[in-house]
Ligand binder design. Sequence first.
Ligand SMILES: [Fe+2]
Length: 261
Amino acid sequence: MKLLVVTDPHIVEPGGEIIDLDPSARLAGVLDHAMAHQGDADHLVILGDLTHHGRVEQYRELERILGRVTGPMTLMLGNHDVRNGFHAVFGGAGFVQEVVDLGTHRLICLDTLDEEAEPLHSGVLCDARLNWLQARLGESDLPVILALHHPCFKTGFNGMDRIRLRNEDALIQIIRDSGKVVQLLCGHVHRTISGVAHGLPFAVFKSPCHQMPMMLGAPGSSHSVDEPGAYGIVLTGPDGVVVHSVDIGLKAEATVDGHSA
Ligand SMILES: [Fe+2]
């Protein structure tokens, strides 16, 4: 099956900007590209930081932009979101967590938002959320792709590493005990990153909008640069999981037959 992954759109009010970029236009561009070129996708997930400030008007703007998406979709929360603002527009209450059937795999989406985080913008999975995960992991023997906004590992960007998931040890213990998680999907860093952490393959994706400059070791957590927006494509099947990243708005997007890779 094919899962589209978008993260960190950081929608602001209509007409607003982040480093001179229009988050609404950027997200619309990514979604239009995905709908045009990946129209056979089975599901779309947005890994949090849906909005920049969590204001109701920003979620309304997000809802408007998402109107172009055909097919099922899961929205997750990140450190820039506000639960009440999200629920005011999209309904529901409490933590925003969900399980998605991906045929050979299950996608489990976690809510790592801590609205009283210290340090600010770091994430956490409280006992209630960890218990929920444990219960979901016990429901099925299918391999699991775990999606969470805050990485539960370091990426080499020091400022972002300081505001990753705070209680990663508790999460990793549950993952190890289950033996079912085969892939982690994260946002938060605004950069395309892959590797193995705690013995688990992970993929981190760029935002549609502003990106983390390639400044490894950077002490801050709010560096931003105008690079092409991107989204991910995750393919699942009996052979396992394949993760792609697609950059948007590059000069030469068209491919020409007859050129081998
Ligand atoms: Fe973000």
